[in-house]
Design a binder for this molecule. Structure first.
Ligand code: PLP
Length: 394
C-alpha cells in the first residue's frame, strides 16, 4: 500500500523523472529522494503516535526519533546528546547566535558580509542592541575569508576584554567558496571564542567529523540533500551549556519544546545516511557535471568567467556573464525556456533584490551572475541543452 502511494507520488510529480524542465538550482533546494519518502511514509500513516506518549504508539515514534538522532550523531562523529532537531537551517542559525549572546556571554560578533541572511539578519538584529558589537572579517577578492584579518580582529577584541562569537559559513550558497573550518576553529580556540558555522551547504555533501573540529555550533538542513523541507539540526558542543531555545513541553531534552516533526526527523536521518553511503560516487558524478558545464561555457560564450575556483563546493557553478542588454534578462529568459537557475539565494532571487554576496565582492555592476547548482539527478544532456539555450540567449 505504501509502496503504491510512493510510486504514485513519484510518477506524478517527480521533477527528475518525467518533467521537461531542467532543474539546476539544487543549492536552493533538492528533490526528495524516493527512498527518503519510503522511510517517512509509515510515520505519516500508521505510526502517528506522539513521541511523548508512554503507550506503544508513542514508544514507536520515540524510538524512530532517537534512532534518527543516533544515526545523525554517528555520521557527524559526535554523541547523540549534542544533536537537536529543529525546523531547519534558519532556526538553527538563529538559535546558535542568540544562545551565544544570552548564555555564553558573547558581546562581540565577527562574521562576514557574504553569510546567508539567516545569519546576517540575526547578527544585525543583535548588533542593534546596546551590548553587542559586530565586525565583518575582510574577504579576499574571490570571497575567501582573510584569516590574518580574522586573527587580528580576535586578538584586538579579546585584548579589550570582549568575548567573541565567530559565525562563518562552511560553504557559501551562492559562489561555493569553502571555509578552512579546522583552521578557523583553531583560531577560535586560541582566542577562547565561540565558533558557529552554518554548514547548510556542506552537511550531506561532505563527510564531516565534528570531533576533529573545534566548533561549538553547526547548522544543517535536510532539504539541501534530498530530504524533506522544514527539518534541520543544531549541533551543540557538549562542553557548553545553553538554555532552552523554545519553552513549553520539554521536548528535545528540554531544549526545544513542541511535538517533534517525526516524519521530518526520520527523513533527515535517512537522507543523510544515503548521502554519506553514496558520497564518493555521487560527489564525483556531480563534480564532473559541473566541470563539464564550465568547460562548455568557456568554449561557447565569449567573456564568461567563474566566481569560484577548483577548490569550491562541487555542487555550485557560479557564472559571470558579461553585462549586455540581452544578458540582463537572462534568468527570466532561462525560466521561459524551462531552465531553473538562480541569481542568488532563493529568497533574494524571488524578490529580485540582487545578490548581497555579489555586492560584497563588488561584482554586481560588472556582470550578470547566474548560479547553476547540481544534484545526482542531473544529466549531461541537460547541460548540453542549457548550453545550447545560453548560446541563443546571450
Ligand atoms: N544557510 C544557508 C547557507 C542556506 O543555503 C540556507 C538555505 O537557503 C539556509 C541557511 C536556510 O536554511 P533553511 O531553508 O533550512 O531554513
Amino acid at each position: 500500500m505504501l509502496q503504491t502511494i510512493s510510486d504514485k507520488v513519484f510518477k506524478k510529480s517527480s521533477l527528475h523523472m518525467n518533467d521537461n524542465r531542467i532543474y539546476f538550482d539544487n543549492a536552493a533546494t533538492t528533490a526528495l529522494s524516493p527512498e527518503v519518502l519510503e522511510a517517512m511514509l509509515p510515520y505519516m500513516t500508521e505510526h502517528f503516535g506522539n513521541p511523548s506518549s508512554i503507550y506503544s504508539y508513542g514508544r514507536e515514534t520515540r524510538l524512530a526519533v532517537e534512532n534518527a538522532r543516533k544515526s545523525v550523531a554517528k555520521i557527524l562523529g559526535v554523541k547523540p546528546g549534542s544533536i537537536f532537531f529543529t525546523s531547519g537551517g534558519t532556526e538553527s542559525n538563529n538559535t546558535a547566535i542568540a544562545a551565544s549572546i544570552r548564555d555564553l556571554g558573547c558581546d562581540h560578533i565577527i562574521t562576514s558580509l557574504i553569510e546567508h541572511h539567516a545569519v546576517l539578519h540575526t547578527v544585525e538584529h543583535y548588533g542593534n542592541s546596546a551590548n553587542v558589537e559586530v565586525s565583518y572579517v575582510a574577504l579576499k577578492e574571490d570571497g575567501h575569508v582573510d584569516l590574518a584579518d580574522l586573527e587580528s580582529q580576535l586578538a584586538e577584541q579579546t585584548g579589550k576584554g570582549h568575548k567573541c562569537l565567530v559565525s562563518l559559513m562552511h560553504a557559501n550558497n551562492e559562489i561555493g567558496i569553502l571555509l578552512p573550518i579546522k583552521k578557523v576553529g583553531e583560531l577560535c580556540q586560541k582566542y577562547k571564542a565561540v565558533f558557529h558555522s552554518d554548514c547548510v551547504q556542506t552537511v550531506g555533501h561532505y563527510p564531516i567529523n565534528l570531533s576533529e573540529i573545534y566548533v561549538h555550533f553547526i547548522s544543517a538542513s535536510s532539504h539541501k540533500f534530498h530530504g524533506p523541507k522544514g527539518v534541520g539540526i543544531l549541533y551543540v558542543n557538549e562542553d557548553i551549556n545553553i538554555k532552552p531555545f523554545i519553552f513549553g513541553g520539554g521536548q528535545e531534552r528540554n531544549m526545544r519544546a513542541g511535538t517533534e516533526n517525526v516524519y521530518g526527523i526520520v527523513g533527515f536521518a535517512k537522507a543523510l545516511e544515503i548521502a554519506m553511503k553514496d558520497y564518493e560516487k555521487e560527489s564525483n558524478y556531480i563534480r564532473e557535471l559541473k566541470l563539464y558545464m564550465a568547460d562548455q561555457l568557456k568554449q561557447s560564450i565569449p567573456g564568461v568567467s567563474f566566481n569560484c575556483g577548483a577548490d569550491a563546493l562541487y555542487t555550485v557553478l557560479s557564472v559571470c556573464f558579461p553585462k549586455t542588454d540581452r544578458s540582463d534578462f537572462l534568468l527570466m529568459n532561462l525560466d521561459i525556456n524551462n531552465i531553473c537557475a538562480s541569481g542568488g539565494s532563493a529568497c533574494s532571487s524571488g524578490a529580485d533584490a540582487g545578490s548581497h554576496v555579489m555586492k560584497a565582492l563588488k561584482k554586481d555592476n560588472q556582470y550578470v551572475t547566474v548560479r547553476f547548482s547540481f544534484s545526482k539527478y542531473n544529466k549531461k544532456e541537460e547541460v548540453d541543452c542549457v548550453i545550447q539555450k545560453l548560446k541563443e540567449l546571450i
